[in-house]
Design a protein around this ligand. Structure first.
Ligand SMILES: Nc1nc2c(c(=O)[nH]1)N[C@H]1C(S)=C(S)[C@@H](COP(=O)(O)OP(=O)(O)OC[C@H]3O[C@@H](n4cnc5c(=O)[nH]c(N)nc54)[C@H](O)[C@@H]3O)O[C@H]1N2
Ligand SMILES: Nc1nc2c(c(=O)[nH]1)N[C@H]1C(S)=C(S)[C@@H](COP(=O)(O)OP(=O)(O)OC[C@H]3O[C@@H](n4cnc5c(=O)[nH]c(N)nc54)[C@H](O)[C@@H]3O)O[C@H]1N2
Ligand code: SF4
Ligand SMILES: [Mo]
Length: 749
């Protein structure tokens, strides 16, 4: 049998690794290796990428749309029939209850796919609903709010310049397992080692001694949920010792320095030491080393975002980058320049709270409401209640706080449709499941992640195998949902046409755009050339050509087009190291970096007040999460190779706590919180600090009505049975998933 080789980007995590696939005549992936010719990943691959073939060929992956028939799901007669059911039921709900009665939930893979970013917004717009939820409020929303208020643009997220920095201070991130997040860097471990090899220093702040901490020069244990105190004390030390000042390259571009100085006064290292568990001299030394390093970057991730002060943490991290002179300079924290993001567009300054959630009155952030209140909005009776739900690439039953409540709430919906390849804990509630084709049959371009890469870089991966005849691509599924949601029956391709026309219309009118003053019709025709096979590809071509490296529709004949990327750079194109570009990025109303936004300052008062209120009870332990290299949130536990060995759902606790509570290795332990209970198997280890327990999320695959055979056999328990939907970071609406108060006892069997 013959075989062939094909190249593509791995779609599974944020690391953007290039893959070399071997396929047999039938289009089955028979081998996966790292693509050594990819200029960014240079052959790096992790165990998940290496098993992409197994995921691609998973027998449980749905091959056809399903509709619910009583208690079970059966194949729809065909795709048209499945869409007809969606149209009828969705319109029925909208007619009887209005547009806000339909909610949308976009999960993590919806940000990794090409289809999600290109069509998700169209679905939301067509529905005209305010009930928009995404995994962002269980993840990085604090960083968007921080960047929104500091720089004016919630998408302007500075990333650590890993390959040039001399000092990396990392809080609440474990890239040796996660491969990095809000910082796309294939071979993150190698890049960290290189910092040390060139004489730099890596410091990790984490309540758990992770594999990343093992690799660092220094690991500092911190009590969960207290990073904001540490960060404030670092800020205060910089001011006290006069080692912070407005750096030269930011002279005249920073507002709020005095307000910030005043705010930090209350947070001395001595005062925060007992709360954080970090001795004052260590905090002072950390500040001095940060300030003295020739270049430094402070970087925080999940552990700093999904906690009660998520936005303050995200903000203070960039405050430290500014105060030490490291924002927007090589070796510091820099803004990548993505190939598809036009730089001439005028953006309106960021704001939050343009509307509020019905039940809890929580403010809108970035056009969304917090996932922590999704169940409230479904199960609380009254005008404006959610009656229908569209989920796209998400498994909120396992991923949102108090998933148990959401699981029950979904039963009360009048209609639910899910775009998802699996029948899992969430989609089992759906009336219609619309599965996208296999990864090998799906094109890939990282719209959401390329703007976060540690080098400017771009790569497009066309499908390696065409989808079966008659099977819609994910882009077509989503475009069709958008058309249905709009209420007019039309051709899904007309949606792309409308978006292309509107974008070109704005581009020709915008001074500073490469096509200013030109004829939209002429530009439209150019998108038909170059071998673009779909209107989706035409949209990407348009974005690249209008982007900062683009050909400007012929204005710069050597510039980028999709055709050029596809044919001349099948392994991706390196666009060079990150360059200072604050001017392009800043769009606050003041035109400066807002170092001390008023709403953040107000929340710092909450932080200060909590310093004096002691935590409740001696039995209280704090639960944190954990990621494993061979896992990915809730949905890769169906690949046999990935659920073997150490990738297990155990409850880690410090041996001193285990002894105190009479818990031995392998014991079943009952974990109780304000919102729920679970039982997990104990794994005493001194890797977690005393008073802390750690359980990974995304498990709990033992519910009826799912079709994931391997995962069912390795069920585990859902950590989100005990996380509390009432606890959020008020500025971003982000769920508190780390530092959850729990009590433990050995379960008597
Ligand atoms: N293998 C694998 N890779 C993944 C994923 C996966 O599930 N598995 N998920 C992907 C996704 S969606 C994301 S968002 C990224 C996340 O990427 P990371 O943020 O790097 O992921 P985690 O491993 O969860 O690291 C969070 C760390 O924060 C620590 N922590 C917990 N509470 C606190 C605290 O209060 N303070 C501090 N300082 N630290 C704390 C935890 O102990 C943990 O080590 O990973 C992505 N990559
Ligand atoms: N306790 C706790 N909870 C957490 C976290 C934590 O650290 N601790 N982490 C949070 C974070 S960072 C995140 S991002 C969320 C993730 O939360 P979600 O996005 O809700 O959950 P995932 O597990 O990523 O679910 C992915 C879903 O997408 C489907 N899918 C896979 N590929 C595709 C595709 O190509 N197209 C479509 N349409 N669907 C696809 C899968 O079958 C699965 O149903 O979880 C959050 N929840
Ligand atoms: S690190 Fe992420 S992108 Fe790279 S191979 Fe693994 S899963 Fe894929
Ligand atoms: Mo995430």
């Amino acid at each position: 049998m013959g075989s062939r080789t094909a190249y593509r980007t791995c779609p599974l995590c944020e690391a953007l690794c290039g893959l070399e696939l071997t396929l047999d005549d039938s289009g089955t992936i028979t081998g996966v290796r790292g693509d050594r010719d990819d200029p960014l990943s240079r052959g790096f691959i992790c165990p998940k990428g290496a098993t992409l073939g197994r995921l691609d060929a998973d027998p449980d992956r749905l091959g056809e749309p399903l509709v619910r028939d009583g208690g079970t799901h059966v194949p729809a007669a065909n795709w048209d029939d499945a869409f007809a059911v969606v149209r009828e039921r969705l319109h029925d709900v909208i007619e009887r209850h209005g547009r806000d009665a339909v909610a949308v939930y976009l999960g993590n893979p919806a940000a990794h796919s090409m289809a999600g970013p290109l069509y998700g917004a169209a679905i939301i717009k067509a529905l005209g609903t305010r009930n928009v939820y995404t995994a962002s409020t269980a993840d990085q929303m604090p960083k968007h709010v921080s960047s929104g208020y500091m720089f004016g643009d919630p998408l302007a997220i500075p990333v650590p310049d890993l390959d040039r920095t001399a000092h990396l201070l990392m809080l609440g991130a474990n890239p040796l397992e996660s491969n990095g997040s809000l910082c796309s860097a294939p071979d993150f471990p190698g890049r960290l080692k290189a910092i040390r090899e060139r004489g730099g220093k890596v410091v990790v702040v984490d309540p758990r001694r992770t594999r990343t901490a093992d690799l660092a020069d220094e690991h500092v244990f911190i009590r969960p949920g207290t990073d904001a105190y540490l960060l404030m004390a670092l800020v205060r030390t910089l001011f006290d010792e006069d080692i912070a000042d407005e750096p030269d390259h930011l002279a005249g571009r920073v507002l709020g320095l005095d307000d910030l100085r005043a705010l930090a006064v209350g947070f001395t290292p001595e005062r925060v030491a007992p709360v954080t568990g970090i001795p004052a001299p260590v905090i002072r030394r950390m500040a001095r080393e940060l300030a003295a390093a020739p270049s430094a970057a402070v970087y925080g991730r999940i552990g700093t975002c999904t906690q009660a002060y998520g936005t303050l943490n995200s903000w203070l991290i960039d405050v430290l980058n500014v105060l030490t002179g490291n924002l927007d300079r090589p070796g510091g924290a820099m803004f990548p320049r993505a190939a598809h993001t036009a730089t001439y567009r005028r953006r309106r300054p960021f704001t939050t709270g343009r509307w509020r959630s019905r039940v809890r009155g929580l403010p809108e952030v970035n056009g969304e409401l917090p996932v922590a209140t999704l169940a409230d909005e479904i199960d609380t009776p009254g005008e404006g209640r959610i009656r229908a739900l569209i989920t796209i690439g998400g498994n909120p039953v396992l991923s949102v706080p108090n998933g148990t409540r959401l699981d029950a709430a979904l039963d009360g919906l009048e209609f639910m449709v899910s775009v998802d390849p699996y029948l899992n804990e969430t989609t089992r509630h759906a009336d219609v499941v619309l599965p996208p084709p296999r990864p090998a049959e799906t094109p890939h371009y990282d719209l959401a992640l390329l703007p976060l890469a540690v080098r400017n870089y771009v790569r497009y991966s066309p499908p390696v195998v065409p989808p079966p005849e008659g099977r819609p691509t994910e882009a077509e599924i989503l475009a069709r949902l958008a058309v249905i949601a709009s209420g007019v029956d039309g051709d899904p391709a007309a949606l792309d046409e409308m978006i292309i026309r509107s974008t070109l219309g704005k581009a020709v009118a915008a001074p500073g755009s490469p096509v200013h003053g030109r004829e939209p019709d002429e530009l439209r025709k150019m998108l038909l050339n170059g071998g673009n096979t779909s209107t989706t590809e035409q949209r990407l071509d348009m974005m690249l050509r209008l982007g900062p490296y683009g050909d400007g529709f012929g204005a710069d004949p050597s510039g980028l087009t999709l055709a050029r990327l596809r044919t001349e750079h099948p392994h991706g194109l390196d666009l060079g190291p990150l360059k200072p570009r604050l001017d392009e990025v800043l769009c606050t109303a003041s035109g400066r970096i807002e170092l001390c936004p008023p709403s953040f300052a107000a929340d710092a008062d909450r932080l200060l007040a909590a310093l004096d209120s002691p935590p409740d009870g001696p039995d209280r332990m704090l639960l944190i999460g954990r990621r494993h290299l061979r896992s990915n949130n809730s949905w890769m536990h169906n690949v046999p190779e990935l659920v073997r060995g150490s990738n297990t759902c155990t409850l880690q606790l410090n041996p001193s706590d285990a002894t105190r509570l009479g818990i031995a290795e392998g014991d079943a332990v009952r974990v109780q919180s304000r919102s729920g209970t679970l039982e997990a198997v104990a794994e005493p280890t001194d890797r977690v600090m005393p008073g802390v327990v750690s359980l990974p999320h995304g498990w709990g695959h033992d519910r009826p009505g799912t079709r994931t055979e391997v995962a069912n056999r390795h069920a585990g328990v859902s950590a989100n049975a005990v996380t509390d939907e009432r606890e959020i970071d008020p500025l971003s609406g982000t769920a508190v998933l780390n530092g959850v108060p729990v009590t433990l006892e050995r379960a008597t069997s």
